[in-house]
Ligand binder design. Structure first.
Ligand code: HEC
Length: 103
């Protein structure tokens, strides 16, 4: 009887574990979607776009650029303000998201 209860508890817990990941992935995706207006959906720009695409951009490179926008050491038009709108944890997640996209 006790074993049966343990099995039931294990089965009930398994799907919860799977659900626990989903909101996090959705959160990161929605953060990345805030870049889509200018950098294209999922970081893919259309041909001839003056704004660089972000899909497949190496994580370290993107984080360095975002830091340079934040402290003003890289010249920019709009990215100074935009980079300041996110905390470091959010920028890390955004950079990880785009780095995982195919170029
Ligand atoms: C309002 C339009 C706009 C939005 C929204 C926007 N960007 Fe940008 N981004 C630009 C422009 C324009 C540039 C070129 C630099 C400049 O003029 O500010 C740029 C440049 C960049 C670069 C440098 C690319 C390179 O090749 O070195 C990175 C990285 C970047 N943006 C990341 C982001 C991320 C991440 C987001 C979302 C959190 C974002 N941008 C949202 C317009 C935008």
């Amino acid at each position: 009887m006790r074993i049966r209860m343990l099995l039931l508890a294990a089965c009930a817990a398994a799907p919860l574990g799977a659900f626990a990941q989903a909101p996090d992935a959705l959160y990161v995706r929605s953060l990345a979607a805030t870049c889509a207006n200018c950098h294209g959906t999922n970081g893919y720009t259309v041909g001839g776009s003056a704004v660089p695409g972000l899909a497949g951009m190496p994580r370290e490179y993107m984080l360095r650029q975002l830091a340079a926008f934040r402290d003003g050491s890289r010249p920019a038009t709009v990215m100074h303000q935009i980079a300041k709108g996110y905390n470091q944890a959010q920028l890390d997640q955004i950079a990880g998201y785009f780095a995982a996209q195919k170029k």
